[in-house]
Write a protein that binds this ligand. Structure first.
Ligand SMILES: [Zn+2]
Length: 202
């Protein structure tokens, strides 16, 4: 027996989301069925506004409500520090540390040979324009390649560090070391090796 069409359609839609299988999709739909009409209305409204109320910041390529985004238009931020991040989620993670006061550039992806994402698929001309504009204004620039230490992140960082090579640019990476709460006994050799290599003075 099949579900009524309205239910099945929604199950099919949810099933297409990343990491959501048909069983999880069913749970979502039955949860919604039990929810109040107001709650469903709010969800429907958020979904319909998703594409309409967002813009891409022409300066950093982040998804935002306005162009330029609040970070690009914030005059108090350090314009001699530019972080290159893979996506908006990583940018928000850095922002949530409340330790970062520089600017951003969102690549929107990483070089990935398995999924056939080549350097040409990344907005490298936009990045070069952004870097040149900041260099012209500041004279010197630190570019932090804030990319995940995965194969794709490493490949992209290596590519960008060659591409952006300039005596006026200092290129840095995020330190790689121990996660908070880690027990040394269980940390893998590569992570511990990196923590040892990038040890700092206290
Ligand atoms: Zn921006």
């Amino acid at each position: 027996m099949r579900y009524p069409l309205a239910l099945q359609n929604l199950i099919d839609q949810f099933s297409q989301l990343p990491s959501v299988g048909p069983k999880t999709a069913e749970r979502y739909v039955f949860y919604l069925l039990k929810s109040s009409p107001e709650k469903i209305q709010l969800l429907a409204q958020s979904l319909s506004q998703l594409k309409g109320n967002i813009k891409i910041c022409s300066s950093c390529l982040a998804i935002a409500e306005n162009d330029p985004c609040p970070i690009c238009s914030d005059k108090t931020r350090n314009e001699s520090l530019l972080s290159v991040v893979a996506n908006l989620q990583d940018m928000i993670s850095l922002e949530n540390t409340r330790q970062y006061q520089g600017k951003y550039f969102v690549l929107g992806g990483l070089i990935n040979t398995i999924e056939d994402v080549k350097p040409d698929d990344l907005p490298l001309q936009k990045l070069a324009d952004r870097v040149n504009a900041l260099l012209k204004k500041q004279g010197n620039l630190e570019i932090l390649l804030a990319l995940s230490p995965t194969l794709e992140g490493e490949t992209t960082a290596l590519y960008l560090s060659r591409l952006l090579k300039n005596p006026k640019i200092k290129i840095t990476r995020l330190a790689r070391g121990l996660p908070s709460g880690a027990n040394l006994e269980y940390v893998d050799e590569l992570t511990l090796g990196n923590a040892l290599k990038y040890r700092n003075t206290i």
